[in-house]
Design a protein around this ligand. Structure first.
Ligand code: TRP
Length: 332
């Protein structure tokens, strides 16, 4: 008896072209992106239209930032043979499907997305646009245009995925089942703080980028905040509240070394400065090969553009028939 093997899951995810990525991305969504290539057909998108939702006044850097970001993707192991990488604006089906979905999406659904009101308050009038309100609608179109079921993202994206499922249910109820409901795939890592214990962000200058030089790593790790109650070296430290300790665990410091650090810290034998030096060495060792691969790709930006052009062709081959199906279902 023969059974049809289940189709390989399809994965879709995207990032806005903000330029260089940092280790928060690496241990968060991006690590998941790399791993999912083993088990699924993966489509990774430079969402440049989304970049316009908050950055439409200054558009100079969008293409270059996209290249820098893709160099990072390639450097950490996204494989252009196995996975599709492309720019959102190169596949116009995204914008078309978003327009269609806009017809059936109640305004109230978009207005109640938690990040919407919050960001509007934070960033003010300049983002009080139709496009910003519609951000998660375009994101829904991104995903379902490929009938993707798995969406590796960070925790912050869960409300967007919830909305995507609601829109899919509404579409399927109205016009017949066309789209599967996409699921978020969260990376199993704790939130990684910046070197100053605030949220890691390029704009705070507290992020170790994945192309960081040895000097930058020394400087950033040297500035890390440890246990605030450990004032003198003779005070025992508390690794549980120490950012340096959480980085050690993140970077897979070998277990015997980790044990020695834990004991050294809690018995006041290992000082914070020395501990940070050890961490900086660990990070440098981890970053060095990534930085070298990244530099290789950046020496040849034409190659990055070729990868993206090839990705757009492959993406369109999937997207066009799905859009045709959605149009037919909608009576167009
Ligand atoms: N909103 C996502 C973020 O800021 C980016 C994004 C756009 C995305 N379209 C997507 C993520 C589709 C997953 C799937 O991280």
């Amino acid at each position: 008896m023969s059974t049809t093997p289940p189709a390989r899951a399809r994965v879709f995810s995207g990032m806005r072209p903000t330029g260089e990525l940092h280790i928060g991305h690496l241990f968060g969504a991006l690590g998941n992106w790399v791993r999912m290539q083993e088990e699924a057909e993966c489509i990774y998108c430079v969402v440049d239209l989304h970049a316009l939702t908050t950055g439409y006044e200054d558009v100079q850097g969008i293409r270059r930032n996209g290249q820098l970001m893709v160099a990072d993707w390639l450097a950490v192991g996204i494989d252009p043979e196995r996975s599709i990488m492309f720019r959102q604006s190169d596949v116009s089906e995204h914008a078309e499907l978003a327009t269609m979905l806009g017809m059936i999406t109640p305004l109230s659904w978009l207005e109640r997305v938690p990040s919407y009101k919050g960001q509007l308050q934070e960033l003010g009038e300049s983002i009080d646009t139709f496009g910003f309100l519609g951000y998660p609608l375009l994101q829904t179109a991104d995903i379902i245009l490929y009938k993707a079921t798995e969406v590796p993202v960070g925790q912050d994206q869960l409300p967007h995925l919830e909305l995507a499922r609601e829109i899919v249910r509404r579409f399927n109820n109205l016009y017949g089942t066309v789209f599967p409901e996409p699921k978020a795939r969260l990376a199993e890592v704790p939130l990684i703080m910046g070197v100053d214990n605030r949220k890691m962000s390029k704009s705070y200058g507290n992020a170790i980028t994945i192309g960081a030089t040895d000097e930058e790593i020394d400087r950033l790790v040297g500035s890390m905040v440890t246990d605030p109650q450990r004032i003198r070296k003779t005070d025992p430290g508390r690794p549980e509240v120490c950012n340096v300790w959480s980085y050690h665990k993140l970077f897979d410091t070998p277990q015997p070394e980790l044990d020695a650090i834990y004991i050294g810290c809690t018995t006041a034998q290992l000082g914070c400065v020395q501990d940070k030096r050890a961490l900086a060495e660990t990070i440098k060792t981890a970053i060095r090969p990534i930085r070298a691969r990244r530099a290789g790709f950046l020496e040849d930006p034409d190659r990055i553009d070729e990868i993206l052009a090839d990705g757009a062709r492959r993406a369109r081959a999937i997207a066009a028939p799905v859009l045709a199906e959605a149009k037919a279902a909608m009576g167009l």
